[in-house]
Design a protein around this ligand. Sequence first.
Ligand SMILES: C[S@@+](CC[C@H](N)C(=O)[O-])C[C@H]1O[C@@H](n2cnc3c(N)ncnc32)[C@H](O)[C@@H]1O
Length: 400
Amino acid sequence: MIVVYWWQRVKKLKTISPHWDNVEAPCEFASHCGGCKTQNLLYEAQVRAKEQQVHELIVHVGKFSDKDPEFDGIMKPIVPCDIQFHYRTRKDNHVKSPEMEFSFGTRKWVPEEFLHQECDETNEYALGLHAPGFFDKVLNINKCLLQSNSANKVLAAIQDIWRDPELGLSPYDVHSHHGFLKHLMLRSGRNVETGQPELMVNFVTSSYKPELLKPLVEKVATFPDVVSIMNNVNTSVGNTSVGEEEYTLFGKSTIVESLRGLKFQISANSFFQTNTHQAEILYKLIEDCSCLKGDGSEIVLDLFCGTGTIGLTLAKRAKHVYGFEIVDQAISDARHNANFNGISNATFVQGDLNKIGDNFGEYFPKPDLVITGYPLTRFNLPICCYFSRGVAFLFLVVLR
Ligand SMILES: C[S@@+](CC[C@H](N)C(=O)[O-])C[C@H]1O[C@@H](n2cnc3c(N)ncnc32)[C@H](O)[C@@H]1O
């Protein structure tokens, strides 16, 4: 049988009458930005659609029957978040990622209605989010409703000065591979003693030239919430914000966040749940669903563990937690976080889970519970083979 896949791009011409779930998007950039694509959809409708998507995956791809009386135990109902804006602790990554980043660009995305306006060459430079479907065009923005007010103030301050020709700063050109500034990452945490917000500002550049960043650093360091200014140097031509080298330009190299009563230290490149408020609820749900006896007899395997947050929140009820993760920095944060919280029954191993061998199961005792923060489609054959041997009592897939 030959299967032909066919697709076409469609464009809305006009609205005859709005859908009953249509709402006015609160963000002025919503219709042109590649960040939030559903802001004009009622939140309850967004939640319904997301739940439906997961349901379809579980039934059609996972082949679980929703007629099964135990289906409720296979898929838990979606839990809506009671805050929809200013919740996001990190803005990064690029256009195809579920997360977003601020990118510096040589080509400003100009929505059709503003095309007639003239602009000079430096006005073509942009800092913001990628236009939908374009890796080389950036919509210039000075605020984003998803991030905190203090992060927005920092973004606006950088926007105010970075194009000043006297500073000699140039955005990186993804075609010619010339230019200096690649990405801006803003990451929020909080001082766990005072509860005050803390902000990490990370400039991703194509080379290490701290003297060029000095005016931006001096400006940004005046904001009381900014406790860390980092510089990740990424010399590759790819569009990633992870640097091969990392330098601390001001303050600390990590920020702190608390979750389920534990404190977590987070570096610029380590994954940490981007909505701390909802992560509290998610992690409570994981604890409840984990069915751990709490007598310290069970082994937990935390795959794709990031900074170790899920495993560490379960450690007090487990015999031992084993976490696996590809990012070096995340593993050193996870180890540090275990010590930071006085947890000694957790082991974190750096490695690529797509490259595990048949002997994977020899590195730890047979687990009673496996947690994976990634959907099954990310698994490769060896890891599926490992699981197909029925190694675990309970398997929890955590979808954000
Ligand atoms: C969505 S995050 C989940 C992190 C953690 N479970 C949590 O909830 O905080 C996925 C993690 O998988 C890691 N990862 C991605 N590909 C990987 C691979 N091939 N091997 C190991 N870890 C990987 C990423 O670096 C990231 O930290």
